[in-house]
Design a protein around this ligand. Sequence first.
Ligand SMILES: Cc1cc2nc3c(=O)[nH]c(=O)nc-3n(C[C@H](O)[C@H](O)[C@H](O)COP(=O)(O)OP(=O)(O)OC[C@H]3O[C@@H](n4cnc5c(N)ncnc54)[C@H](O)[C@@H]3O)c2cc1C
Length: 396
Amino acid sequence: MTYDLILAGGGLANGLIAWRLKQQRPELRVLCIEEQTHLGGNHTWSFHEGDLTTEQHQWLQPLVVQRWATYDVHFPQRSRRLNSGYASITSERFAEVIEPALGDALLTGRRITELTPNGVVLDSGERLEARAVIDGRGVQATPHMVLGQQAFLGQLLRLQAPHGLTAPIIMDARVAQSEGYRFVYVLPFSADTLLIEDTHYVDQHSFTSDQLRQHITDYAGAHGWEIAECLREEQGVLPITLAGDFAGFWREAAGQPRSGLRAGLFHCTTGYSLPHAVRLAEWIAAQPTLHSDSLDVGIRAIAQHAWQSQRFYRLLNRMLFLAGRPSNRWQVMQRFYGLSEGLISRFYAGRSTLADKLRVLTGKPPVPVNEAVKAAVRYLPKHYQARHHLPKHNEN
Ligand SMILES: Cc1cc2nc3c(=O)[nH]c(=O)nc-3n(C[C@H](O)[C@H](O)[C@H](O)COP(=O)(O)OP(=O)(O)OC[C@H]3O[C@@H](n4cnc5c(N)ncnc54)[C@H](O)[C@@H]3O)c2cc1C
């Protein structure tokens, strides 16, 4: 049998594509192949209300386990409540909703060992053909991107008593800083359960999982929250893009349509990919034909646009990673969170205006902007520097 579309990997991006196609194009023969026993892995995927349109919120609603109307941030010299909504999807709910909807369009527990734009080979040796294959097997190392890391470990904790929080804390930077920008992220899921994540923006993370667990225990202790049990744990190292060569990155794909992190479709500063994944799922469902060539060209154009429109975020990342002293980098975010709610919401949605960008850079940024601009050149891949006759300040 030849499928219309094979989705290689059943994570966030491909899971949403499969689900959206099932809803809107049920006539298509789609197969989503995931090596784990369930779709979605082990994540809590969160997003800001302003990241999605009303229609997107509607079709995602069955996946949402919690919504909050506001969120808080805390820095040594600034605490603020933002009147902007925040929501979370868990991978458990993702699997509960999408797996039955896909039915026999889902194959789990099978590893893909080879992949081309028109077919995959499974670990059993079986070969499956399709008009198009989309590779959504998650992030892949590349020499064409200069990346920092957002390394974190989160624990869903049941407490002995109610914690008293009514809103998530997206950043609590009132914690010891070390090699880079560190903050704690807290989501109150019920009166006595919290997801607490210890997060580090670093060049290369060096903390062990046990050290991150200890940070969480210490943070809970400092707030008087007595831990009854740890219900779940999740961990990640997300790519934070400082600079790169988009054309080189995409050439690696060699005509293979991609999705999700593998397509570079994520917010350069937060590493979050959910809004991009939602938009890509909608775009794919709207295509009259799903041929590998046209998908490759179309997804490349989407990824290129995402890359170009995030140039400013890569500059911000260099301020966070490369300029000034590591122990002072939290000041970049403290200052940022003093700006208007609209600007902050557009930043997370990846829709900053020129006025927003100027506003972030004018005044007295806590780390030297010049240093961050120049750092682009220093950290670009060597072959990219040579090809573009660098140094000059034109990181793309
Ligand atoms: C713990 C964690 C929390 C995160 N929180 C957020 C958040 O709050 N908001 C947000 O927007 N982003 C978040 N992210 C970042 C990003 O959105 C996620 O990493 C997201 O899951 C990426 O989606 P993806 O589809 O590209 O890859 P993934 O979701 O990682 O999916 C890849 C899938 O491919 C499968 N696979 C890999 N190789 C094979 C193979 N050979 N054969 C078959 N299957 C294979 C994997 O098992 C996996 O299920 C988080 C990341 C992590 C790690």
